[in-house]
Design a protein around this ligand. Structure first.
Ligand SMILES: Cc1ncc(COP(=O)(O)O)c(C=O)c1O
Length: 393
C-alpha cells in the first residue's frame, strides 16, 4: 500500500542542520537551528536539571503509567508559573503535554471538538510549524498582519484593524513573548490595545508561550496571559519547557484552559483527558518530573531563574555586539531592530540571494527568510560574521 505515497520535501531547518554539519570549513556558523547555545557554542544540560535528575534517580520508585493529564504537581507548578494569581483556580484546567508542539496539537483538537468550523487567526509571519500543527489537525488558519519587513516594526494598527473585523468567536493565536520568527513583541500598551479588541470582538485568545524568561523575566513574560486571565471568560495557553529548561528532547509542555465557569471547566477537563487518550494516551514523564522538582524546590527554583537570566542576558548581549559590529562594517544600513527584538530570533533583513551567498562563500547558515538565531553568535565569531554580511549586502 505504501507505494502510493510520494516523498515529502525535506524540512528546511533539518536540511540546514545537515548541510552545516557536513561543511568542512572550521569558521562555519549555524544561525538556523532553534536551540539556545552558550558562549562555547554548546546547548548544555542546565545545572538545575542535572541536580533534579540526580535526585529523581534516587527517589523515583516506579515507571508505571502516569495518567492522561500527566503529573498533577507539574501541572500545578506550570499553572503558577504561567498565571501566578491572575486566574481563578476553579476555572482553570492544566495538563502536561509532550512539548509545546504536543500542547498546540491537543489544543487544536479541542478547539475542533468545541467548534467544527472554528478559524484561528495567526500572525503573518508566524512560527513555521504553526500551520502544519494546527492546520494539519483540521483548523482553518487566517493571517493577521504583524511584521513590517521594510521598517522592522510590528504593524500594530493593521493588526488591530484586522482583528476588529474578525468574526465573534474566532480564535486568535498570540505569541506570549519572543515572537518567532520576528523577535518583536508588543509593548505593554500595545498588548492592552490587543486585549481590548479581543474583549470587544469576543475572540478566544490562544497564547503560545515557548520562551518564558527569554524576553524580560520569567515573571514579566506572561504579561498578556495574566492581563487576559483577569478579563476574558475563556483562554487557551500552550507552554513549552524546551527552551527555558533546555529539555528539548525530553518533550515537556503544558496546556491550560481557562473556562467561563467551574462546571465548564469540569467538562473541558474530561474532554481533554479523553482526547489525549485517543492521541498518545499518556505524556512522557521524565522531563516534567524534573521541571516539577525544580519549580517546587525554592533553592532549585531560584538557581533555575538565574540560569534563565544568564541565557537571556547572553542573547541580549550578542544582539548588542552584533549590531555594533554591523554599524561599523555596513555604514548606511540600519540593523537596529536586532536590539529591539527579544529571545533567540529575528530577521536579519537580507535577501534570499544574500542568504545563499553567505552559505556558499562563508559557511554561514540561516533559513531563506533570513531569520537568524542569535544564540549562534559568539564574541569569537561576530567579527567574521559581520565582515561576511558587509561583503554580501
Ligand atoms: C513559537 C513556538 N511555539 C512552540 C514551540 C514548541 O516547541 P517544543 O515542541 O519543542 O516544545 C516552538 C519551538 O520552537 C516555538 O518556537
Amino acid at each position: 500500500m505504501f507505494e502510493s505515497l510520494q516523498p515529502m520535501p525535506a524540512d528546511a531547518i533539518l536540511g540546514l542542520i545537515a548541510e552545516h554539519r557536513d561543511d568542512p570549513r572550521p569558521e562555519k556558523i549555524d544561525l538556523g537551528v532553534g536551540v539556545y547555545r552558550n558562549a562555547a557554542g554548546e546547548t548544555p544540560v542546565l545545572d538545575t536539571v542535572k541536580k533534579a535528575e540526580r535526585r529523581l534517580l534516587e527517589s523515583q520508585t516506579t515507571k508505571a503509567y502516569i495518567g492522561t493529564a500527566g503529573d498533577a504537581s507539574f501541572n500545578a507548578a506550570m499553572q503558577d508559573l504561567t498565571f501566578a494569581d491572575s486566574a481563578p483556580g476553579d476555572r482553570l484546567v492544566t495538563i502536561q503535554t509532550p512539548g509545546g508542539s504536543g500542547s498546540l496539537r491537543v489544543a487544536a483538537g479541542m478547539l475542533l471538538r468545541a467548534h467544527e468550523s472554528v478559524s484561528v487567526w495567526a500572525s503573518e509571519p508566524t512560527w513555521a510549524n504553526h500551520a502544519p500543527l494546527l492546520g494539519g489537525a483540521g483548523l482553518q488558519l487566517k493571517p493577521y498582519p504583524y511584521y513590517d519587513a521594510e521598517r522592522h516594526v510590528i504593524r500594530i494598527d493593521a493588526m488591530l484593524e484586522t482583528l476588529r473585523a474578525a468574526p465573534q468567536g474566532d480564535v486568535i493565536l498570540l505569541h506570549g513573548c519572543c515572537h518567532n520568527p520576528s523577535g518583536l513583541d508588543p509593548t505593554e500598551d500595545e498588548w492592552q490595545a490587543i486585549v481590548d479588541v479581543v474583549i470587544e470582538r469576543e475572540l478566544i485568545p490562544f497564547i503560545d508561550i515557548a520562551y518564558q524568561g527569554f524576553a524580560r523575566s520569567v515573571d514579566d513574560d506572561p504579561f498578556v496571559i495574566r492581563e487576559l486571565a483577569g478579563r476574558v471568560p475563556e483562554l487557551v495557553v500552550a507552554n513549552s519547557c524546551s527552551k527555558n529548561f533546555g529539555l528539548y528532547r525530553d518533550r515537556v509542555g503544558a496546556l491550560s484552559f481557562l473556562t467561563a465557569d467551574g462546571a465548564t471547566r469540569d467538562v473541558v477537563s474530561s474532554q481533554v483527558n479523553n482526547y489525549v487518550r485517543t492521541l498518545y494516551s499518556v505524556p512522557p514523564d521524565h522531563g516534567a518530573a524534573v521541571v516539577s522538582m525544580i519549580l517546587h524546590d525554592p533553592d532549585l527554583r531560584s538557581d533555575w531563574i538565574d540560569e534563565v537570566n544568564e541565557m537571556r542576558d547572553r542573547l541580549a548581549d550578542m544582539r548588542v555586539l552584533f549590531n555594533a559590529a554591523l554599524v561599523e562594517k555596513t555604514p548606511g544600513r540600519d540593523f537596529s531592530h536586532l536590539v529591539r527584538a527579544n529571545g533567540m530570533f529575528c530577521f536579519l533583513g537580507i535577501s534570499a540571494d544574500q542568504v545563499q551567498r553567505l552559505k556558499k562563500d562563508y559557511g554561514i547558515y540561516m533559513v531563506d527568510s533570513s531569520r537568524i538565531n542569535v544564540a549562534g553568535i559568539t564574541e569569537d565569531n561576530v567579527g567574521y560574521l559581520s565582515d561576511a554580511i558587509a561583503a554580501v549586502v
